[in-house]
Design a binder for this molecule. Structure first.
Ligand code: ABF
Length: 222
């Protein structure tokens, strides 16, 4: 199977996984990226089974609305039953690196509000140690150089993602050459740098389930 077919397989598996959770008042959190897009297209086939969604990006909101699926402001819903999203890397503890699509802050907020976080990915995303994928850090624009200097002190090589402005009007630094052996500690350390909005480590709140597309079928890792 191609990588695209693996993503399609996990998107379909994610819908199967959440079907028992869908009721007329259920809110589904929906992520961002090419795997999440396939999930949105599959979810649309069941749009009459649940109330609506909260989206982690403007792009996903537009795709959902295009299917006629309601998209709510997070402040107008009391809970999200399940959140489905992709990742750039996962270890076997389901600690993730996310944010390659620059939607990390909204993704982290939606994850925090969700009872269950289902991560969907093809097998190329599962790694032993996080950090081959450069860690995205969203920063307040005026703090960018200061935060970059602090990230160097933590052992990383930050690179400004030029031309990208997030949905929150902020900038992204991609931090190369981190070998992340303690994701929870590093997530907290980076969050403590003044000017950082969020970093792409999802370790304090990892995924609950990883649906991994492999050549021998979709594996469920908990
Ligand atoms: C989002 O989309 C991100 O957090 C991650 O950066 C990316 C994964 O994209 P894809 O599914 O296209 O590989 O989930």
């Amino acid at each position: 199977m191609t990588q695209d077919e693996l993503k399609q397989a996990v998107a379909e598996a994610a819908v199967e996984h959440i079907l028992p959770l869908l009721e007329e008042d259920t809110i589904v959190g929906v992520g961002t990226g090419s795997t999440a897009n396939k999930f949105i297209d599959e979810l649309a086939k069941h749009k009459h089974l649940f109330d609506g969604t909260v989206a982690s990006s403007e792009a996903s909101a537009e795709r959902l609305k295009g299917h006629g699926i309601p998209v709510y402001d997070l402040n107008s819903v009391s809970s999200i039953r399940v959140y489905v999203d992709g990742a750039d890397e996962s270890n076997d503890q389901l600690h993730l690196i996310k944010g390659g699509g620059a939607a990390l802050t909204r993704e982290k907020i939606v994850a925090a509000c969700s009872e269950e976080f289902v991560c969907i990915a093809d097998e190329s995303k599962l790694v032993k140690v996080l950090g081959d994928f450069p860690l995205p850090v969203e920063v307040i624009p005026m703090s960018r150089s200061y935060v970059a200097r602090e990230l160097v002190k933590l052992g990383g090589d930050p690179v400004y993602r030029e031309g990208v402005v997030t949905d929150n009007g902020c900038h992204i630094l991609d931090v190369y050459n981190l070998e992340i052996v303690d994701p929870v500690t590093l997530e907290n350390q980076i969050n403590s740098i003044v000017g950082v909005v969020t970093n792409g480590l999802f370790a304090a709140r990892p995924a609950n389930v990883l649906l991994l597309g492999t050549q021998s079928g979709v594996k469920t890792i908990k």
